[in-house]
Design a protein around this ligand. Structure first.
Ligand SMILES: O=C(O)CCCC[C@@H]1SC[C@@H]2NC(=O)N[C@@H]21
Length: 267
């Protein structure tokens, strides 16, 4: 497929995949915007109880974690965000970004992708290479309950000359499946799984999903290093706790790392 004849996003096609769940979402698609996360952060929430979703064929200023950019080319990736309301709390609910990763992983597994792993806090890897990234941000506007804006970027078919920066390397869905779904079907499937996992999470919290996350932990029992603003830690990855914090066994004992602005690498 050339990059001029890609399948464009279409809200009706996504709704058809969602079936009766479509009524739970307020779906908007645009050919281009700066960043779907930025747009949703700035758009006031409706009071209709639906989950707002914004998907773009292309972002001109896509954002990643830790101030990085998320590059996009038409047809090369799926980029979308959704706004999810949680029980009033001043902070991001524990483990939310891990639950989002789990929903992406389940979607891929149902499509037959093998070797799906999760890299704490929120990368989706296939056999060690990054397929998707997740950016969860807290949105709070005066007089309204806080919400999480959950942004997902998933590589569908990267251009051969894509300048993508990643310590672990990157992959795309075209490399994982002989007949990868188009963006509309994939978005519908992802939203279905996100709805399912966010419902579970709202009812039972991260402890109910912790084992499922750990089964897919890319770095389980491996030596890792944590890089952050104020800390650099080395140890063996011992999974996550009930808050979604990373557990690291160091020579000084077990340390707990909250998912702020840190990144994790194999030592
Ligand atoms: O791996 C990361 O650092 C997170 C990448 C998140 C990218 C997605 S694409 C849709 C949404 N809009 C953005 O600007 N970022 C997220």
């Amino acid at each position: 497929m050339s990059h001029s004849d890609f399948e464009a996003l279409d809200a009706g096609a996504v709704a058809a995949v969602l079936g009766e769940l479509a009524g739970q979402f307020s779906l908007a698609v645009v050919p281009e915007c700066d960043s779907t996360n930025s747009r949703l952060m700035e758009t006031p929430a409706d009071d209709d109880g639906r989950i707002a979703v914004l998907a773009a064929d292309r972002q001109t200023a896509g954002r990643g974690r830790r101030g990085r950019s998320w590059l996009s080319w038409p047809g090369a990736g799926l980029t979308f965000s959704l706004r999810w309301h949680f029980m009033p709390a001043p902070h991001m609910p524990a483990g939310l970004s891990l639950v989002v990763g789990l929903a992406v992983a389940r979607t891929l597994e149902e499509l037959g992708v093998e070797g799906v792993q999760l890299k704490w806090p929120n990368d989706v890897l296939i056999h060690g290479k990054k397929l998707a990234g997740i950016l969860v941000e807290l949105s709070s506007s005066r007089g309204r309950p806080p919400a999480a804006v959950i942004g997902i970027g998933l590589n569908l078919r990267l251009p051969a000359d894509a300048q993508v920066e990643s310590a672990t390397g990157v992959t795309d869905l075209a490399a994982c499946l002989a007949a990868p779904p188009g963006p509309n079907r994939l978005l519908g499937l992802l939203l279905g799984q996100l709805h399912h996992f966010l419902d579970l999470y709202a009812a039972a919290g991260f402890p109910a999903l912790r084992a499922a996350w750990q089964q897919r932990n890319a770095f389980a029992d491996l030596p890792v290093r944590i890089f952050g603003e104020a800390q650099e830690l080395a140890g063996t990855c011992a999974g996550v706790d009930d808050d979604g914090a990373l557990l690291l066994d160091t020579p000084e004992g077990r340390r707990r790392v909250l998912s702020g602005e840190v990144s994790l690498r194999l030592a």
